[in-house]
Every structure is written in structure tokens, then in C-alpha cells.
Write a protein that binds this ligand. Structure first.
Ligand code: AMP
Length: 582
């Protein structure tokens, strides 16, 4: 653990008074019931995330406040007030009902970060349905797995992406309708089961009575990868908004006059919890940039909209470091007052660099798809120990448990990072996978799958994953998914996939394969297998490197030993190989 240099948290340096003034006191006095009281709830009882994010502000003096500043990747921009989003989401909820959507049905989005994705997600929640946002970078198999597993009845997508859905449509019996958003008016002829977003929105009423949802009704699902099997759908309920609201207020330190910029896509939980629900439940104006990473575009957005609070991820920060300070010098970034990071370990150098480059440190925080909201964080007023994830959120209890997950370990010892279950935004099920869900809880602790340490002063330090899951540029990738995709190629006999260190993305994916008889090793074959994998997987899940071996190391029971592949690749000790097949 590296305590040096400590970056001092000092109230005098803040242009606004932080929302969390005393961490220890906040831990004593915090109660989720008090947070619940700060929300409105539905008239006549019940709770709905979309109501807390939009409607309650549309009824107050915030009605004409800008909720969304949208910056398109082609230079177009658009602005929406809370009232605009109120009427648009009402229209969308009406349109869904007219298509037969009922409470609890699954509605998925598969599109880029255009304003319609926000309307679709929030409108779906108003209609009482469960929303599942998918990355637009997904290939057909990734989309198919998620739509099949969830039994989604409606998918919202665009003319540019719908060809992917057409490829798999025959294997999606539950999918009844596809809503096509055609913001750029691309010539496109609708198929029989397709409807135009623009047309259904035009004919839908602006008035909608939100379907009565309760705290524990299912609201949103995000698929996340594990070591074995296909990705699983972690489902969150409407009271998760208590977690989004409280952590956006106390960790992201959002204040009424802030202009907030979150770079995450809604396909990842950060893009919904903190790209939609957290800021808007606090009535904050936010900027959304449609495009992906670009140092100059991001700085341009910060300058143009006078962004004050910025939430991004370590791979992006490392890419900003690589882009250098010269490009920073071209923009006026003085509006920034607070910056946070999540998704992967944030290198101490990146924290120190950010102080040099922006005059402000990135505040790292830790959480997962399953936890729904930030669990461990660096707060504005606390000293930062670069490399540490910070301390548990006041409403959360975190601990380091021993190998059996029965006892807490003393400070300094590495073990399993666990959270006392019971916070409002905790996932409630893995869709259709009860046993797997139950296996994550031991003695009232949720076992996160991460290894970590706690120091004497209560700061948590990330060590690594307890399983084979690979974190590449902040995306969790299960090796099994990639291996399954690879062995579908006619030339591939077996595949073993590992993460290897990478300066920018933390880890990238390397695949080892052996070939079926009759196939010869060649660069063309490797390229073809890479292209094949790209069609099946998310872009980031595709192997950067493929190495062909005569055969892969296996246990006597026939399991490919990824651990051994990794040890050999990195030149580490091979450890216990007693189960290795002869
Ligand atoms: P996801 O569910 O895709 O958001 O991924 C969650 C996982 O990302 C965690 O279990 C960690 O392994 C990793 N992660 C998230 N935030 C951090 C962080 N601040 N430091 C280290 N690892 C992190």
C-alpha cells in the first residue's frame, strides 16, 4: 500500500461547500429512511425511478431548467428541459402501452447515445416495464443472448443497427415489435413487425399516468459477465433510485448549479445510474456527448458547456494522459471543480497527473453492476491516498473476509471484498438464475468477487478479481463467452482465453487455440478467426492476439487451465500443476 503522496482534501479549496462535510459523522447519522423522505414518491403511494428523475422537477420551478445538453458526434446539438423530457417520456410510455406493453414486460434498447435513448429508458420505466439497455457495439450473438434470456417483447434500435437484429430475428420468439428511431432520416423501409419511433411519438398523448410501481418492483436489468456461462442479467428495483440519488449527491457532490458530464454509455450500469438517474433525481443539468473517447471532443464539450463535475473511467484517463497536456492547453477548462473515476483500478500516477494537468485530482470510486450504486469512494473533503478506492459510502458496510467468507480479516491482509447486504440499489435477482444469485451471499454478506485490502485508517485498496473475469477498458469479459465464440469457427478445436496487461486498457484479451485436423497455421486464418469473433461479440471482447498451440493445458477432468496459460504467458510460477493432464 502506497500512502505517498497524500492529496489533501481541504474545504477552503472548494468553490462550493461539499455536500458531505464530515465523513465520520455522516456514517453515524446516515439512514436510508431519511434519503427516502427526500424523494417524492408517486401520488397515492408507490415509487418510480422515472418520476423521481423527471416528473417531480417538471412540476416545480425546475420545469424550464435544462436537463439535457446533447452534443451529437456530427456537431449537431440539442437541449431539453425537464418539462420537455416529461412530455416526451409520457408520449413514449403511451406508445408502449398502445403496443400492448404491461407492467413487468421487458423492453430493450440497442442504440447510440442520442436523446431518444433517454426518452426510451425513462418512458419504459413510466410504463412499469423493465428496461434493458444494450451497447450499440454488440454483435448479433451478444444481442441474441440477452434478448433471448430476458424474453424482451420490444426492442428500440436504429436503421444502422437493425440489420444485426434481422440476422437473429428467427431465434427470438418473444420479440414482437422493433421500434426504429430514425433521427438522421436515413431512407429505410419498415418491416412488418417494425414501427417508426417518430410516428408513434407523434400520435401519442402528452398526458400519462405512471403505472403504479412499488419500491420492490423490477425496473432495470444490465447483463454482466462471469467466469462460466453466458452473461447474466442483474435486475434492480425502483427503490434503487435512493442509492443513485444519495451517492450522486454525496460522492459526485452534485449541486443545483452544476453542469455534469458523465462519459459512460447506458449499455453499462454507470451510464444509467449516473448518466440518467443520479443526476436527474437531484435536478441537475447534464451534458451528453454522443461519440466515444476523444480528448479534443471531450475538452471541447467541457469548455462549451462549462462543465463543473466530470465522471469518467481509468482507461479514458490514461488515454487523456497519452494525448498530453498540449491539447489541454487549447481549451479553457477552468469551469471544472470536481472529477471522479470508476470501473477499473485508477493508477496513482493518473491521480497525480490529473492534479498537474487540471489542478484537480480524480476521485476514484468502486462499485459493480450488481451493487447498482457507488459503494466505496473518495469524498471531496477527504485526503486521497492515490491508488486507493477510498472508504465505504455512509449507508454501506464493507469488509475484507477470509477464504471461507466467514470471518473479517485484520487491516493489511488481502481477502474477499464483501458488502453487508440490504442497501436499496442492490440487485434482486440474476434473471432466470436463482441458484447463481443465492451463491453470491454468505452469512448476510454479498461476496463481490473482488480481492482487496483495508488499511489501518479504513481506506480500501483493490488487489484483483477472485475469478478469471477480464476487465478490459472497464468492460468485464467472461473468458467462457469468448472461448465459446471462438470454437464455433470451423477451424478451432479448443480455446483458452486470458487477460494480459496493457498500458491503456489495463488488460486486453489473448486467446490460445488449437486447430482441428486439416487446418494449417497462417496469418490469414488468424485474421479470419478474429473477424469471426468480432461478428459474435462486443468489440472490446474480441481477442487482440490469437496464438495457436498444438494443444492447450488441461486438467485431468478436461478443463482448460487458464491459470497456467496466464502463468506461462507472463513468465510467472506455474504453481500447483498436479491436476494437469499428462
Ligand atoms: P461492472 O459490473 O462491469 O461495472 O464491473 C465491476 C468490476 O469492475 C468490479 O467488481 C471491479 O473488479 C472493477 N472495478 C470497478 N471499479 C473499480 C475501482 N475503482 N477500482 C478497481 N476495480 C474496479
Amino acid at each position: 500500500m502506497n500512502y505517498e503522496p497524500i492529496i489533501k482534501g481541504n474545504v477552503k479549496e472548494f468553490s462550493v461547500k461539499p455536500n458531505l462535510l464530515n465523513y465520520e459523522e455522516a456514517r453515524e447519522s446516515f439512514s436510508w429512511d431519511d434519503i427516502y423522505k427526500e424523494l417524492d414518491g408517486l401520488e397515492g403511494g408507490g415509487l418510480n425511478i422515472a418520476y423521481e428523475a423527471i416528473d417531480r422537477h417538471a412540476k416545480t420551478s425546475l420545469r424550464e431548467k435544462m436537463a439535457l445538453y446533447w452534443e451529437g458526434k456530427d456537431g449537431n446539438s440539442k437541449q431539453y428541459t425537464f418539462h420537455d423530457l416529461y412530455t416526451l417520456t409520457n408520449r413514449f410510455a403511451n406508445a408502449l402501452q398502445s403496443l400492448g406493453i404491461k407492467k413487468g414486460d421487458r423492453v430493450f434498447t440497442y442504440m447510440d447515445r442520442t436523446p431518444e435513448i433517454f426518452v426510451a429508458i425513462l418512458g419504459t420505466l413510466k410504463a412499469g416495464a423493465v428496461v434493458g439497455p444494450l451497447f450499440s457495439a454488440f454483435g448479433p450473438d451478444a444481442v441474441k443472448d440477452r434478448l433471448q434470456d430476458s424474453g424482451a417483447r420490444i426492442l428500440i434500435t436504429t436503421p444502422g443497427l437493425v440489420a444485426t437484429v434481422h440476422e437473429i430475428a428467427g431465434e427470438l420468439p418473444a420479440l414482437e415489435k422493433i421500434i426504429i428511431v430514425n433521427r438522421r432520416k436515413t431512407p429505410y423501409e419498415l418491416n412488418e413487425n417494425e414501427v417508426s419511433y417518430e410516428r408513434i411519438m407523434e400520435s401519442a398523448s402528452e398526458e400519462f399516468e405512471i403505472v403504479k410501481t412499488e419500491k420492490e418492483d423490477k425496473a432495470i436489468m444490465h447483463y454482466t459477465s462471469g467466469t462460466t456461462g453466458k452473461p447474466k442479467g442483474a435486475v434492480h428495483v425502483h427503490q434503487a433510485v435512493m442509492g443513485h440519488y444519495a451517492t450522486a449527491k454525496y460522492v459526485l457532490d452534485l449541486h443545483p448549479d452544476d453542469i455534469y458530464f458523465c462519459t459512460a454509455d447506458p449499455g453499462w450500469v454507470t451510464g444509467t445510474s449516473y448518466g440518467i438517474f443520479g443526476p436527474w433525481s437531484n435536478g441537475i443539468s447534464q451534458v451528453v456527448y454522443e461519440g466515444g473517447f476523444s480528448a479534443s471532443h471531450w475538452y471541447g464539450v467541457i469548455e462549451k458547456y462549462q462543465v463543473t463535475v466530470w465522471y469518467t473511467a481509468p482507461t479514458a484517463i490514461r488515454m487523456l494522459m497519452k494525448a498530453g497536456e498540449k491539447v489541454i492547453g487549447k481549451y479553457n477548462l477552468k469551469s471544472l471543480r470536481y472529477m471522479c473515476s470508476v470501473g477499473e483500478p485508477l493508477n496513482p500516477e493518473a491521480v497525480v497527473w490529473s492534479v498537474e494537468a487540471f489542478g484537480l485530482p480524480f476521485h476514484d470510486n468502486w462499485w459493480q453492476t450488481e451493487t447498482g450504486c457507488i459503494q466505496i469512494a473518495n469524498y471531496p473533503l477527504q485526503d486521497i491516498r492515490p491508488g486507493s478506492m477510498g472508504k465505504p459510502f455512509p449507508g454501506v458496510t464493507a469488509a475484507i473476509l477470509d477464504e471461507d467468507c466467514k470471518h473479517e480479516l485484520p487491516p493489511g491482509e488481502e481477502g474477499n471484498l464483501a458488502l453487508k447486504s440490504g442497501w436499496p440499489s442492490m440487485f434482486r435477482i440474476y434473471w432466470n438464475k436463482k441458484e447463481l444469485y443465492d451463491s453470491k451471499f454468505i452469512n448476510g454478506w454479498y461476496i463481490t468477487g473482488d480481492r482487496a485490502r483495508k488499511d489501518e485508517d479504513g481506506y480500501f485498496w483493490f488487489v484483483g478479481r477472485a475469478d478469471d473475469v477480464i476487465n478490459t477498458a472497464g468492460h468485464l469479459v467472461g473468458p467462457f463467452e469468448v472461448e465459446s465464440a471462438l470454437i464455433e469457427h470451423p477451424a478451432v478445436a479448443e480455446a483458452g482465453v486470458i487477460g494480459i496487461p496493457d498500458k491503456l486498457a489495463m488488460e486486453v484479451i489473448k486467446a490460445f487455440i488449437s486447430l482441428k485436423d486439416g487446418y494449417e497455421i497462417s496469418d490469414e486464418l488468424i485474421m479470419e478467426i478474429k473477424r469471426f469473433a468480432r461478428k459474435k461479440l462486443h468489440a472490446v471482447a474480441c481477442p487482440k492476439e490469437i496464438e495457436i498451440l498444438d494443444s492447450l493445458p488441461k486438467t485431468r477432468s478436461g478443463k482448460i487451465m487458464r491459470r497456467l496459460l496466464k502463468a506461462r504467458e507472463l513468465g510467472l510460477s506455474e504453481g500447483d500443476t498436479s491436476t494437469l493432464e499428462d
